[in-house]
Design a protein around this ligand. Structure first.
Ligand code: BTN
Length: 232
């Protein structure tokens, strides 16, 4: 069961550093504030204290599964949880963002540690507009800015862990094929003109290996990793 045992601290550098490598699968670390929160591609993840869900989960996927796919699995679980928590429609922006109306509300960071995966999830829950980082791409949102009211962070975490438990179990068994239809339905990039991992084209979906598919002027391309820039 994902979510047990749980360590909670009022403040830490990053929850990514709190889990012992020999902790049982499903163990989580949470905090109310990070002083050195980590984002993808060496970026920082910033939040005002006591506004967010900040969690890291220790997972040991079977060797036949590709750990980077976990970012998409966790993003789907987060999207489902946000929809359960509030009257919103959440989409997934490859490879690791959760969006509400084209604004980023959550990000996922999967890091390999001694053969395990530390899956970090940050959800903006109760930030006001003024507390969100300005001038980010995509622009930031919180559940509060999207719905006009505050939400119980512990409840959002509980829903998120339940959804992650379900999504992780399906992925362990069947890989991304288990969530192919939902990924397509929630794909924020499909049909958009993008530059992904340095390749320009129109996004046409996500394959069963978690790659972003592009239609380029010279044919099909599948991008494994990297940053996505939206054109126009
Ligand atoms: C991203 O969008 O770049 C990924 C952000 C991941 C942030 C979460 S918050 C909990 C965990 N601890 C961290 O330091 N980072 C992840």
């Amino acid at each position: 069961m994902i979510g047990r045992p749980r360590i909670h601290v009022a403040e830490c550098d990053s929850t990514q550093l709190l889990l012992a490598p020999d902790a049982p699968e499903g163990a989580i670390a949470t905090t109310d504030h990070q002083t050195a929160g980590r984002g993808r591609l060496g970026r920082r993840w910033l939040e005002a204290p006591s506004t967010s869900v900040l969690a890291s989960v220790l997972l040991r996927p079977p060797p036949e599964r590709r750990a980077p796919e976990l970012s998409l699995v966790a993003a789907l679980a987060t999207a489902r949880a946000l929809e359960e928590a509030a009257d919103v429609r959440a989409s997934v922006k490859w490879p690791n963002d959760v969006l509400l109306e084209a604004r980023k509300v959550a990000g996922i960071l999967a890091e390999l540690r001694s053969g395990a995966v530390v899956l970090g999830i940050g959800v903006n829950v109760n930030q006001t507009c003024a507390q969100l980082p300005a001038e980010t791409t995509p622009p930031a949102a919180s559940l509060r800015t999207a719905t006009g009211r505050e939400h119980d962070r512990e409840h959002v975490l509980e829903l998120l862990l339940e959804q992650l438990d379900v999504a992780y179990a399906s992925w362990r068994e069947l890989g991304l094929a288990a969530v192919r239809a939902e990924l397509a339905e929630r794909d924020a990039l499909r049909g958009r003109r993008v530059v992904a991992g340095g390749t320009a084209g129109v996004a046409s979906g996500i394959d069963d290996w978690g790659r972003l598919l592009l239609e380029t002027p010279t044919g099909h391309a599948a991008v494994e990793s990297g940053e996505v820039l939206l054109e126009e």
